[in-house]
Write a protein that binds this ligand. Sequence first.
Ligand code: NIG
Ligand code: FE
Length: 410
Amino acid sequence: MEKPILIGPFRQLLPMTGLPLKGALSDEQLPIVENAGVLVSKGRILEIGSFHKMQSQDVKLYPIEGDQVCMPGLIDAHTHICFSGSRARDYALRNSGKTYLEIAKAGGGIWDTVTQTRKASIEVLIQDILIRSQKHLAHGVTTIEVKSGYGLTVDEELKMLRAIKEAHEKAPQDLIATCLAAHMVPKDWNGTPTQYLEEISTKLFPILKSEKLANRVDAFIEQSAFSAEDIKPYFKMAKEQGFDITVHADQFTTGGSQVAVEFNAISADHLEASTQKEVELLGKSGTVATALPGASLGLGCDFTPARKLLDAGAALAIASDHNPGSAPMGDLMAQAAILGAFEKLSNAEVLAGITFRAAAALNLKDRGRLEKGMVADFISFATNDYQEITYHQGQMTPCNVWKDGNLLMT
Ligand code: NIG
Ligand code: FE
């Protein structure tokens, strides 16, 4: 029998255990294990505790030199890292005062990325995802959600989702696929939005199941994409077929979060335009509210009202939304820390949003906290104080990343 591996001692370890899924958190609530050890066997956590006590057991030791702070591997619960091409031109046009519609008319917007992504081969898309995953790994992200949504035909969405599946097999991280065929009505679709959604749900959904490509369905509810009324029958169909639901909601106008709560969605993401009415609705619901500060930074617009959501009792996750149009930065820790500074979030709230609350946004119960039985995904930073991590706003990157108990980066 292989001996368990003991990793440590860590000056501080944040297990993120014992904290509620929903609502405000203070830093006083944050459990900290001093001089901690992590005992790992077969990719899972066996025990977290005092390094010196655990040292007496029959273990293989992986010593940690110098002061380090350990925490769960980060979970990025919303990205679009399967894409081809750049939208640097959109960014420049926006910053020189052009509106979203003017940019779309000038050949930019989501449709531009659809055109580029359709031209790319599956091999190129796999390579692009792997390069971007590697960048996320350097930031400590061990689980990444990846959406389709730049194909917008049955075949092109399949190409994207097959690329995500294959990249998952090759990437060091877990990639969690989501079908976002309802990203916008394709410009070359000859029919109504409802007919497009019917085509997707009848022709694409069964293949997602048979090829195990995705068990999550997302839709963009917005004036420039789909109306709430368009999406309701689509979500009904998705739920009947056993898919988890997630929504691009209230980004520019409200309406999406209402649908999310009505369909008991796992998460409602964006929420920059949510008013007190939507905040309270989400606060009372079982739907995770996911803030995407990278989209606010990329578009130069308001942040999601994260403070209000937490105070209303919501479970707040924070994700990067890494995509070529609105959020090209793709640095989860930097964005979460910046959201914290603008929205007055405690460190506990920021770190919960990129660990166990992000796991909840993906309906994953085996990660986001460091305790017995959880996957051994954890990261460490070369510091003696966990408060340094958000203070450096993403500039302090992890010195070590473990995925399934394997050290990936030093
Ligand atoms: O999450 N809001 C819609 N979808 C993406 C943007 C996609 C794009 O502009 O390419 C988002 O921000
Ligand atoms: Fe998005």
